[in-house]
Design a protein around this ligand. Structure first.
Ligand SMILES: N[C@@H](CCC(=O)N[C@@H](CS)C(=O)NCC(=O)O)C(=O)O
Length: 120
């Protein structure tokens, strides 16, 4: 079962690599303005999780270079996710709000919508 899981993960990564979307071309000023809007966002993910791949592809498609933490390979990241978000499930977006609070957003569709909303 673990082997099948591993092989499926590698296939997902290969297809993702082969069909990786292009990021939009922007001036450094435009990109800096977008980066500023995305400050305070961190994506907790697994490399080969299909829902995480979906979010990372959306990030690439819109040119949203959000900080990512691999909760599979980095035990510290996994601990932060469970302590903050309440469960070890990925993808999860950690959102630092303007009033200094922190929110944890699970569900890939909601995460993509949140990131798109930041650029709208
Ligand atoms: N509906 C969720 C599914 C996420 C999901 O199932 N993630 C898996 C990894 S591929 C996971 O974290 N499973 C652990 C768990 O559910 O406890 C989404 O779209 O984000």
């Amino acid at each position: 079962m673990k082997l099948i899981h591993f092989i499926l993960g590698q296939i997902i990564l290969l297809v993702d690599w082969l069909t990786s979307p292009r990021s939009p071309k922007r001036s450094s000023e435009e990109q800096a303005a977008i980066d500023a809007r995305l400050a305070g966002l961190t994506l907790y993910h697994y490399k080969a999780c299909p829902f995480c791949v979906k979010v990372r592809r959306a990030m690439k498609r819109i040119g949203a270079p959000i900080q990512t933490l691999d909760a599979k390979r980095d035990p510290g990241a996994a601990e932060q996710l469970v302590a903050g978000g309440g469960k070890l499930k990925v993808p999860c977006l950690r959102i630092e709000t303007t009033d200094g609070g922190v929110e944890w957003l699970y569900e890939s569709d909601a995460i993509v919508a949140h990131i798109n909303g930041k650029l709208a």
